[in-house]
Design a binder for this molecule. Sequence first.
Ligand SMILES: [Zn+2]
Length: 295
Amino acid sequence: MEWWVYMPKVELHAHLNGSVRDSTLLELARVLGDEGVIVFSDVEHVIMKDDRSLHEVFKLFDLIHILTTDHKTVTRITKEVVEDFAYENVVYLELRTTPKKNDSKGMSKRSYMEAVMEGLRAVTAVDVDFAPQSLDARTSLNRIPMNGTCHGATRRKIYVPNHEEIQMMLDFLPNRIGHACCFSEEDWRKLKSSKIPVEICLTSNIRTNTISSLDIHHFVDLYNAKHPVILCTDDSGVFSTSLSKEYSLASSAFGLGKKELFQLARNGIDYIFADDEVKGDLTEIFSSAAKELDL
Ligand SMILES: [Zn+2]
């Protein structure tokens, strides 16, 4: 096993719907094809593809939207997504999803969330405990808080915030910022003085043409400025990536070694939404992994 797979990791920007396994999508699409809801041959090649174009990315998001409208499927994908992250040694996961309402399937926003929670309870790869009176789901190894997402409901367009909106967002002092693309010099100055951690999704930025190439990615500048950053997947299924692949990519693109990437992952503990007890547990996990990996 490669060390970036073996190393413990923290995932803070992953969307449930975008993280569905290709094999599951294929199976669900086949069923809907048989039922005449979709034309299977129209979508098969998009599901099977690895390096999807922006057009295909949107096509897949549309398909996922159609495929995940019933409770059973929502439960299934939640379970699988958590297990996939656990499998690659993600020891803490914050998964985002927007509660959806679908009258034709008798789905309310509440029942959607219940289906998600059912999926968390069904996870067998790791133990999941539920913190009382919150939507936080905890496990001894994997921590899985659910939180609302700040992304828009539709992903048809890549949303490009304007300067005024970015400034307002920075003034609001959020706990973290996703992507931080399309910033002006002034935005960067403000961000850096704020020390707001940035969730960096390399493959996602490239696939959606938000950043033209990794050589000019703002990760480098932020990392060199010792600004808090954390590598994340965004939509591991749609962008055919994994958190391990993102670490491997950062290693090859930015020349970061094992020690630097381990430290990068460990720093993520400071930016999580969970409480100090969880942070303490994670610190221990990383400390023992550091010994094992001889770091
Ligand atoms: Zn996102």
